[in-house]
Design a protein. Structure first.
Length: 166
């Protein structure tokens, strides 16, 4: 058996990203025979980091699935596809999946853009696993990055702190 002390996980900040969602987000597609699908269309945004900065292009979106547990907590499966353009013009395909868990006690405030930013960050759980795909050799290093992110809902959309696992 491997010594657990040798199994370490380090990370460094990759970027902070603010994503603006279309004002009518999320669109409730409703419960089909397979799932309860919603769509939040990306209107734009911005990402900033020491090695990576630029704009989030409009047109992507989150094809999330909404569920509830026995306590009435909202359980969301996040499923995002987006395009980012670096400040020097390189296009990056960014996808991520994740989990958003909103306790029933804060669900009303979470859904209200006027009150959501007042919620303590610890009052809900928002985690993502981004994947990057890029053709330009200047950013080819992103193709090998394993990343995680912590999310926070904002009045205009979402903010993520994305960390690169080392």
């Amino acid at each position: 058996m491997t010594n657990a002390a040798t199994l370490t996980l380090d990370a460094r900040e990759l970027c902070m990203v603010d994503i603006e969602l279309a004002p009518d987000a999320p669109l409730q597609l409703g419960r089909s025979p397979w799932r309860n699908r919603r769509l939040s269309v990306i209107a734009g945004g911005r990402f900033e980091g020491a090695r990576l900065s630029g704009e989030v292009l409009s047109g992507g979106g989150d094809w999330s699935e909404l569920g509830l547990d026995e306590a009435g907590d909202a359980l969301t499966l996040v499923d995002v596809r987006s395009a980012w353009r670096t400040d020097d013009g390189v296009l990056i395909h960014v996808t991520y999946q994740g989990r958003l868990v909103i306790p029933a006690a804060v669900l009303e405030d979470f859904r209200d853009p006027a009150r959501v930013e007042q919620l303590p960050e610890a009052s809900y759980h928002f985690r993502i696993q981004p994947l990057f795909e890029v053709a330009d050799t200047r950013y080819a290093w992103l193709n090998a990055v394993v990343a995680v992110g912590v999310g926070r809902r904002t009045a205009a959309g979402v903010r993520y702190r994305i960390l690169e696992l080392l």
